[in-house]
Design a protein around this ligand. Structure first.
Ligand code: DHB
Ligand code: FE
Length: 303
């Protein structure tokens, strides 16, 4: 009887009578403020930047061909919206809109980011009920951590292609969350999105990284071998990627390379982690350097 009901449910979902939100893909990309400045100041064709932007040509076309209804965008704030006065480990943006932040040179000339309060509130409820504490944010400006990935994937547009739910992770001020916690949080977010009863095509993005260090005696550190291994594990063996511990990130990928834990949130939301079909690699790209950072990028289709 139980099996029969499950089959019935599966058929109803297949026929589209009972439509739920669905994660269709995950996107992974570094952010660097200088990438935003290069685009905004018309420098993307300069020899320094050309090889970087070339790696995103495929992705911009793929975005047009695979338009999501909503992007759930995991990123980190760089002491822009949050200061030392308030340090949420995980913060979900539930507002209807988010303004590009002024990071010292004025806000980037990019479109306002529209949110999806209904889906964001559902995710907050579901994830908190799954025992992860989130900070609900109803007013927040968004910095390069969020706007640079959008620019890389969508290009220079007059409006972003769809609403975006900003999900800010503290990787700036210690203590910061482990990769394993981020991965498990991603699993909870995946369950939350898949249980929203509107037929939305949702992409989940993990941003920041790859190896880089901006301060101290090791400033300028880049580790291509670590980055390649991380990308391999992220794609093919995410549970092993999730087991990389804090000290290994700092030692191998540098103090800012720790931003990579955010990629594990997006990866944890993919169906294969829960026994679904294998995630399919659509695109992989790596370039060194952009400013002080190794830039990594991947797109995975959810099956
Ligand atoms: C750079 C990289 C970052 O991740 C960041 O937040 C700021 C600057 C850089 O490489 O310049
Ligand atoms: Fe950063």
């Amino acid at each position: 009887m139980r099996k029969h009901i499950d089959n019935l449910k599966a058929n109803i979902i297949k026929k589209g009578v009972f439509n739920m939100a669905k994660i269709t893909a995950s996107v992974f990309t570094s952010h660097v403020p200088a990438i935003g400045a290069a685009l905004d100041m018309g420098k993307s064709h300069e020899p320094y930047w050309q090889p970087l932007f070339k790696g995103y040509e495929f992705s911009k076309q793929w975005m047009k061909d695979n338009q999501p209804d909503v992007i759930f965008l995991v990123y980190n704030d760089h002491a822009t919206a949050f200061s030392l006065e308030m340090i949420p480990t995980f913060a979900i943006g539930c507002a209807a809109q988010f303004m590009p932040a002024d990071e010292g040179w004025g806000p980037r000339p990019v479109p306002k980011v529209y949110g999806h309060p209904e889906l964001a509130s559902h995710i907050a409820h579901s994830v908190i009920q799954q025992d992860f504490d989130l900070t609900i944010v109803n007013k927040m400006d968004v910095d390069h951590g969020l706007t640079v990935p959008l620019s890389l994937m969508c290009g220079q547009v007059s409006e972003w292609p769809c609403p975006v739910i900003p999900f800010a992770v503290n990787v700036v001020q210690y203590p910061i969350p482990s990769g394993n916690r981020c991965f498990n949080l991603g699993r909870a977010i995946g369950k939350a999105i898949n249980s929203f009863d509107q037929p939305l095509n949702v992409q989940i993005w993990g941003t920041g990284g790859m190896s880089h260090q901006l301060q101290g005696p090791r400033a300028g550190l880049i580790n291509k071998e670590f980055d390649a291994r991380f990308l391999d594990l992220l794609i093919n063996d995410p549970k092993s990627a999730a087991a990389i511990d804090h000290m290994e990130y700092v030692r191998e990928a540098g103090s800012e390379g720790i931003e990579l834990v955010m990629w594990l949130i997006a990866r944890g939301a993919m169906s294969d982690v829960e026994g679904g079909g294998a995630a399919e690699l659509v695109h992989r790209f790596y370039h060194v350097p952009a400013s002080n950072t190794a830039v990594g990028h991947a797109i995975l289709k959810n099956n």
